[in-house]
Design a protein around this ligand. Structure first.
Ligand code: T4K
Length: 370
């Protein structure tokens, strides 16, 4: 059975084009295209309210938000991070001339294992950069305890964690800073986009200087900043997207629940588990983990079989960042230092999930996997 149309791992949700025209008209009228325009200011305000955070600074994309977050806190030396992520996490360290130190993940929730952090700390360690992978909160309490003991900063790569809460508050309220991605493939998108969440006005100001070349006023440059500003078209689109985001997450949830029901009892397929204490989960990905000796097919056999049938899942996050030629020479990248990360990366397939994916299609995907 080949499905009629190819189904990709994701598809952005777009509002009605007619609803976007009035925003564009306003931009054309004002001739204000970027640099903290009216829509930019409004989106910062509305997002802070929606997410339940104090300060948010918008960015052109999530990677520039990561780079700038590291500059904001003047991180130096070595940074402890997870290899089980999108490559932008580690690349942001490299671009800041920082040495990534990989620590393994936990087998149940796929995030940095806090119990393995202390052993990786050296006198050069200044920060920890965990990821809330697939929107699942990292062990924020334990990570903060360790950071406090050793005097380290914590910057969360929360690219997947839009709107996710942990024990009654936004997961973005943990750590010193968190970054978000609003890329086309994300739960909330502004075509490309991102943000840094900060907790005090002073830090928000520094972030805003840094993303605008370091300017604090017309003639004062306070730091060697960069240009990572979000423009007015992106911000206007974000305002429109925000109106639909709850509805879109509810539709993602229906897709995930359908997969859960259909795949629950298949031997050799492990389903994604939410970290205890997670609230308002956002269903950004639908990872499954294949145990080939029990399932009877390897992960790649299933991945290719789905592809032959028009289902384009993705192996997020394979290859593991620490196995990429650019990073594999680091001592922390050695496979025996990261057994769980390697095992997870070799087992994972993310199945298609997006708001407009029909339940009929989900059922057809399930049938192919059975
Ligand atoms: N940290 C983490 C943990 C991240 O996951 C990411 C990004 C970042 C940081 C960096 O944030 P940004 O700088 O990107 O804001 C995609 C995304 O490009 C990337 O944003 C995302 N993570 C990563 C997990 O996935 P690719 O290389 O898989 O993208 P691509 O072009 O293959 O697209 C995936 C699927 O999405 C395609 O099969 C089709 C669909 N698609 C894609 C685009 C761009 C569409 O339907 N429409 C589109 O416009 O990286």
């Amino acid at each position: 059975m080949k499905l009629k149309a190819n189904i990709l791992v994701t598809q952005p949700s777009l509002p009605d084009l007619n609803d976007f025209i009035p925003y564009l008209e306003k931009i054309w009228e004002s001739k204000w295209l970027t640099n903290n325009g009216q829509f930019h200011q409004q989106l910062e305000k509305e997002l802070a309210e929606y997410l339940g955070v104090k300060y948010i600074s918008l960015f052109a994309n999530g990677t520039l938000a990561l780079l700038t977050a590291l500059q904001t806190l003047k991180i130096s030396g070595e940074v402890i991070t997870t290899p089980y992520s999108f490559v932008a996490t580690t690349n942001s360290l490299w671009w800041n001339n920082l040495k990534p130190v990989f620590v393994d993940i936990d087998p149940d929730y796929h995030n940095l294992d806090p119990e393995k952090i202390s052993a990786a700390i050296t006198p050069n360690t200044t920060a920890i950069m965990p990821v809330h992978v697939y929107g699942n909160p990292a062990n924020v309490e334990r990570i903060q305890e360790i950071a406090d003991i050793y005097g380290l900063k914590v910057i969360y790569d929360a690219a997947h964690a839009f709107g996710v809460n942990y024990k009654g508050t936004s997961v973005l309220n943990y750590g010193d800073l968190s970054i978000l991605s609003f890329h086309a493939t994300k739960v909330f998108n502004t075509f490309e986009g991102g943000a840094i969440i900060s907790h005090d006005e002073k830090t928000k100001k520094r972030i805003d200087f840094l993303k605008n070349f370091g300017f604090s006023d017309e003639v004062t440059v306070t730091a060697p900043g960069i240009n990572s500003k979000m423009n007015e078209i992106q911000a206007a689109f974000g305002l429109l997207q925000l109106k639909d985001v709850k509805n879109n997450i509810a539709k993602r949830r229906e897709v995930a629940e359908q997969y859960n029901a259909g795949l629950r009892n298949i031997e050799g397929i492990e389903l994604f588990k939410l970290y205890p204490g997670t609230e308002n989960y956002n269903y950004p990905y639908y990872p499954i983990f294949i145990n080939e000796s029990i399932y009877g097919k390897t992960r790649d056999e299933l991945y290719n079989y789905l592809k032959e049938n028009g289902i384009y899942g993705r192996r997020y996050f394979y290859p593991l960042i620490s196995n990429l030629p650019i990073y594999k020479g680091l001592s922390s990248a050695q496979i025996n230092n990261i057994p769980i990360g390697n095992d997870t990366a070799n087992k994972v397939i993310c199945l298609p999930i997006y708001p407009d994916l029909s339940i009929k299609n989900v059922n057809e995907i399930i049938k192919l996997i059975l």
